[in-house]
Design a protein around this ligand. Sequence first.
Ligand SMILES: CC(C)(COP(=O)(O)OP(=O)(O)OC[C@H]1O[C@@H](n2cnc3c(N)ncnc32)[C@H](O)[C@@H]1OP(=O)(O)O)[C@@H](O)C(=O)NCCC(=O)NCCS
Length: 200
Amino acid sequence: MKLLSGAFGSWRPRAVLSPRIETSRLVLRPLEPADADAVAVYLDDIEVARWLVRVPHPFTTEDATDFIAQCCTTASLGTATTLGIVIRGHDRAIVRGIVALHSLDTRPEIGFWLGRPFWGHGLMSEAVDATLTWAYANLDVDAITAGAFQGNIASLAIQARQGFEVIGMSRRPSLIEERLLDHVDTRLTRARHAARPWRP
Ligand SMILES: CC(C)(COP(=O)(O)OP(=O)(O)OC[C@H]1O[C@@H](n2cnc3c(N)ncnc32)[C@H](O)[C@@H]1OP(=O)(O)O)[C@@H](O)C(=O)NCCC(=O)NCCS
């Protein structure tokens, strides 16, 4: 089922974007108000937050509650879907990170972060791959953009493995640095996604 029609053009707010996506190690599901404590724990980490555009530091449970409320609103408008990443096999279904598709009515973009204790095991590669596959199967989008502040080697490595191409450089605000930083802009077209020669 296509949820959006004509990204960059004839978009209509038609459906709540609330998928549940399962992979071998992960469950991706919409954020809930009860996730605020977990989101705050992992996002109140300067090593995570400094790579993100709109995240203040420190980041409190109240900030997380506001963020989750905004995510519910944008999902109900059909302009974004923000999924909490739950790692299977842990004792409780706690959110350890987020993968989000936003600006679906204008210029679809994917963003992501993972709590630092869980880095380095290919988990975000798995989450991003599953989210892109879901997006191209369910959303009528021609391309998804991404990118990273210059120097974010891990994020750009994940994007490159998915087939994202560098399309330019821009300057984006960093709330933490309180200035504009160099940003590598990337894009994955539907055709390149379909032509990926590998599966992670
Ligand atoms: C970016 C982030 C999500 C990566 O999560 P992760 O689960 O550790 O990522 P993965 O293990 O799936 O993949 C990381 C990739 O980066 C590579 N990488 C990581 N650090 C690297 C480094 N210093 N030099 C070279 N490659 C590096 C890994 O080898 C891997 O690539 P590969 O699969 O081709 O080997 C995590 O570090 C994070 O949340 N960072 C802070 C927030 C952020 O940067 N978000 C993205 C904003 S654009």
